[in-house]
Design a protein around this ligand. Structure first.
Ligand code: CAA
Length: 464
């Protein structure tokens, strides 16, 4: 059965911090953020926005654009790592808000849960809902999967410049206009890890930055190996001598904690795919240096990171590798467009991968590329840690959706925050009622109860 993404809508807060202003304020070289990490702006939530109203706003846009009524939606899942409650699921808040527009009880038939596994949980939610449709349980109804997060790190930490916020809502059905998932190839890897985690009651995560970078690469590679095996065994992709499966994937979308992580992931995967192919000889000629190997190739992530000589050589080799014409061509053709939105918005945790997908569709279409029949490969990563790799094919009807994509228009007029205002918001010094912007046609948080009997109850309103 054809199952996939029919439409995709996003909601991004209009406040942002400019990376150059931020770098100056923290005594950093602006080039480190812009060139080194690929960050130009970070979307920041206003005082009256939280992950639930970001999710509800994305969902409302998706429903209004498609003239959907609640009875056409059979499931509504929300994936997040910015949970508001240890028990109450984020989708219940979202349904509460949507019912302010569609009427009390209008979603009561609509099942769903909040999904958690750091940034990868949205991909698990998509997979599970696709299988709900495949299993014939949907009775012709749509499933909506919303990915919504606020990426917030401690002030002064090295994660602070990789913040961002936003939500993406995806409409799934058995006759998708946009992209059909490839069947029986979705693959995962999983391992108990502490690269990035947020203990109960803590608003910001504990992060082992360089460890998390390397773990991401290793886990995605493992899931990719499993995907490769399935794609070849099922005959989904056939390769000839001297080829890699990546030659048959037209676009790659990676989880993007910051834009340049996509480049890191691409060079990591390509080096491992290409090093046993005839083309490697040409590549080594261009780099002018052999690919380095760690002292203990079977060592732990810690031992590899501690192998300073290897890390320095590997860094040098990666730089040379990414300048080869083979890498450059692959990067420009298959990855570059997916990184643009991330640079403009920042990390959206669960939504980052799908922001990349959205970015690739819009900017490739603008170049005049016909996307029909193109295969998109997805590399999803969640700390803690798990990766998921899957793929899909763009459908002949895709233009109906993609022709109207315009990221800047969809976000609306963006307002640059002063560092003072950013810090006020970051440190929660302002109440929801002290928002910087006047909300329009959107759900906002109006207050949080503090009395012992209803502590934590959140109230939302739709502002016309
Ligand atoms: N000019 C230009 N480039 C510069 C520069 C300058 N003056 N100074 C440094 N750079 C470059 C560096 O060479 C480096 O690029 P390469 O990796 O290509 O060499 C880049 O800027 C970053 O420099 P550092 O690695 O020194 O940066 P850092 O120590 O500040 O840490 C980070 C970067 C680890 C990503 C940190 O921001 C962090 O901890 N972020 C949060 C965790 C994270 O995003 N982890 C990613 C994987 S986990 C995940 O994906 C889940 C998730 O969403 C969080």
């Amino acid at each position: 059965m054809a199952v996939g993404i029919d439409d995709i809508a996003l909601f991004i807060p209009r406040l942002f911090v400019d990376s150059a202003d931020f770098a100056m304020a923290r005594g950093l070289d602006p080039a480190k953020l812009k060139q080194g990490l690929g960050i130009s702006k970070m979307a920041i939530v206003d005082t009256n926005q939280d992950p639930a109203c970001l999710a509800a706003n994305a969902c409302l846009k998706l429903m209004q654009r498609n003239n959907l009524s609640p009875h056409e939606v059979g499931r509504l899942y929300v994936a997040t790592e910015s949970a508001l409650d240890e028990s109450k699921a984020l989708n219940s808040y979202v349904i509460g808000m949507l019912e302010q527009v569609y009427g009390d009880g209008s979603f009561e038939h609509c099942g769903g849960i909040e999904c958690k596994f750091a940034c990868v949980s949205g991909s698990y939610a998509l997979y599970d809902n696709a299988n709900w449709i495949r299993a014939g349980e949907s009775e012709g109804k749509y499933a909506i999967v919303v990915v919504s997060d606020i990426a917030k790190y401690d002030m002064g930490s090295s994660g602070e410049y990789t913040q961002g916020a936003g939500a993406i809502a995806m409409l799934l059905n058995d006759n998708p206009r946009l992209m059909q998932f490839d069947p029986k190839v979705t693959s995962t890897s999983i391992k108990n890890e502490y690269d990035f985690y947020r203990p109960f009651g803590k608003e910001t995560p504990i992060v082992h930055g360089q460890y998390s970078n390397l773990l991401y690469l290793i886990q995605v590679k493992k899931a990719f190996e499993a995907y490769k095996k399935k794609a070849l065994e099922t005959g989904l992709i056939k390769i000839r001598d001297g080829e890699t499966i990546l030659d048959h994937i037209d676009y790659l979308c990676m989880h993007l904690p910051y834009s340049n992580m996509g480049k890191k992931a691409l060079s990591y995967l390509l080096r491992r795919e290409w090093r046993n192919l005839p083309r490697w000889k040409r590549i080594i000629e261009q780099t002018g240096m052999e690919e380095p190997v760690p002292k203990d190739p079977r060592g732990t992530i810690e031992s590899i990171l501690a192998d300073e000589e290897y890390m320095a050589k590997d860094h040098e080799f990666t730089k040379l590798f990414t300048r080869t014409k083979e890498y450059q061509a692959f990067y420009e053709d298959k990855l570059a467009s997916s990184l643009i939105a991330s640079s403009m918005i920042g990390n959206l945790y669960t939504a980052s991968l799908y922001l990349g997908f959205r970015s690739c569709l819009e900017f490739e279409f603008q170049k005049g590329v016909d996307l029909e029949g193109k295969r998109f490969g997805f590399g999803s990563y969640g700390s803690g840690s798990s990766a998921m790799v899957f793929s899909g094919i763009i459908q002949p009807t895709y233009k109906e959706i993609v022709k109207n994509m315009n990221l800047e228009a969809e976000i609306g007029e963006r307002i640059k925050l002063s560092l003072h205002d950013y810090e006020e918001i970051h440190e929660n010094r302002r109440a929801p009622s002290q928002s910087l912007l006047d909300p329009k046609n959107e759900f906002v948080l109006v207050g949080i109860e503090n009395s012992p009997e209803s502590k934590g109850e959140r109230k939302y309103a739709f502002c016309q």
